[in-house]
Design a protein around this ligand. Structure first.
Ligand code: IFM
Length: 467
């Protein structure tokens, strides 16, 4: 089968790969790191598939040089990784842990020595367990603790790191963490998930202020926005789609980009959205200008009206917004069960700029697919479906740029197979295969394809420089 065509981008467009601390690092008890909520959660029986934990993961903590060499061979401009809060500031309070920050210091230097620009995410879900014991994101104080920790990181790495992402996918941290319990800390509560969402946003805003004060150059946030389409033109389905949009997108984008809470929140959560966790002045903190909006995107949502799981509105969880996702049998599905529809990424980008004409430049900070990869007898992983997935989504981005959308870069998720949260090690998103018994890394066909893309991008830059 011939590989899909390479999409073309403006010469300045940045290509990168992304990972996250708990998913790859391992070394959970080394150099002063204390447990995070994911250590506790993954060690609780029944929480992750097969009881998988991030104890070893990809052992990246010890193998980071090998992994940076893979990035260098891949030819990426940038690498997006996250810092582990309990490594940098054990227990979530107090001074920086020199050994913990030392790891990221070495990683940043290694990247720069290979000509790769580091992009740092400050929170990819590994909250120090001590802070969860004090209430976690239900508590306003956690937002202040997050800003303090962010300052420790920027003070240590800000001389070499240009691009800063405060939070990764706060939707997951708030709603999977505190509403349905699929993620750490595993709470299945109602209203606190809305409070957690607010405190995450507040933490973002407070961290932005710290990052600015420390002179950070580019500051943004990463959201996993949904591309929502109503299942039909009926009033009920359109209202359901608005509730789904509010739950997934507007709860974040309205305060961040429009300086207001979503008008549709009452229609979505009724009395649960009582806003008791909000204080005067919060919106100003949350809505402080950002330099970019990071979007993580995987799959679209076609949404229909559905009865609430819980008839009593007072007892509903924040997750129960009276909607259901319509099945898409006509589309291929990844091993996560997610329908593949590349043009939907283009639609999402267009919708974001349409709703928020002053939206800062967009970066696709994650996109990729989990597939049933096997290392063949020839020692190669022929992940044709992933190549098609990436080519399709990148083509959709290129098309939007050609139509005038300000999209500056794309990070493939993920550099390598890793700990996929509650799914353990069963779901492989990497463009590099990891054998978890031996820690051998094997670049897949998708890695080779992406390598060709980065080479083509460099060649385009060269041509432009000569013109
Ligand atoms: O692995 C995750 C990542 O941590 C956050 N975004 C989605 C990915 C795939 O599920």
């Amino acid at each position: 089968m011939t590989a899909p065509d390479l999409p073309t981008f403006p010469p300045g467009f940045v290509l990168g790969a992304a990972t996250a601390s708990y998913q790859i690092e391992g070394a959970v008890a080394e150099d002063g790191r204390t447990p995070s909520i994911w250590d506790t959660f993954s060690r609780t029986p029944g929480r992750t598939l097969g009881g998988a934990t991030g104890d070893v993961a990809c052992d990246h903590y010890h193998r980071y040089r090998e992994d940076v060499a893979l990035l260098a061979d891949l030819g990426v401009d940038s690498y997006r990784f996250s810092t582990a809060w309990p490594r940098v500031q054990p227990g979530g309070r107090g001074p920086v842990n020199p050994a913990g920050i030392g790891f990221y210091d070495r990683l940043v230097d290694e990247l720069l020595s290979r000509g790769i620009d580091p992009a740092v995410t400050l929170y990819h879900w590994d909250l120090p367990q001590e802070l969860e014991d004090a209430g976690g994101w239900r508590e306003r104080d956690t937002a202040h603790r997050f800003a303090e920790y962010s300052r420790l990181v920027v003070d240590a790495l800000g001389d070499r790191v240009t691009r800063w992402i405060t939070l990764n996918e706060p939707w997951c941290a708030a709603f999977l963490g505190y509403a349905n319990g699929h993620h750490a800390p595993g709470a299945q509560e109602g209203t606190p998930a809305l409070a957690a969402a607010h405190h995450l946003l507040l933490g973002h805003g407070l961290a932005v202020a710290q990052l600015r004060e420390a002179g950070a150059r580019e500051v943004g946030i990463t959201l996993n926005l949904d591309q929502v389409t109503p299942a039909s033109d009926s009033e009920a389905d359109r209202a359901a789609a608005l509730r789904a949009l509010t739950h997934h997108n507007l709860v974040w984008t309205e305060p961040l980009l429009a300086g207001r809470y979503p008008e549709s929140e009452r229609a979505t959560w009724g009395e649960l959205a009582d806003g008791s966790y909000r204080r005067d002045g919060d919106l100003e903190v949350i809505g402080a200008p950002i330099d970019f909006l990071g979007i993580n995107y995987y799959t679209p949502a076609v949404v229909a009206d559905a009865p609430h799981d819980e008839p009593d509105p007072a007892k509903r969880t924040a997750m129960d917004v009276g909607t259901r996702q319509v099945e898409r049998p006509e589309l291929r599905h990844t091993t996560m069960g997610w329908p593949v529809d590349p043009p939907s990424l283009g639609r999402l980008i267009a919708e974001v700029f349409e709703r928020y004409p002053d939206c800062p430049p967009v970066w696709i900070t994650e996109n990729g697919s989990a597939e049933a990869d096997v290392v063949g007898e020839d020692g190669v992983v022929h992940d044709t479906d992933r190549v098609e997935y990436l080519a399709g989504h990148l083509a959709a981005v290129a098309e939007q740029i050609a139509e005038g959308a300000d999209v500056r870069g794309y990070y493939v998720w993920s550099l390598m197979d890793n700990f996929e949260w509650a799914f353990g090690y069963d779901q492989r998103f990497g463009i590099v295969h990891v054998d978890y018994d031996t820690q051998v890394r094997t670049p897949k066909d998708s890695y080779r394809w992406f390598q060709r893309l980065t080479a083509a991008q460099r060649a385009a830059r060269g041509r432009e420089a000569q013109a």
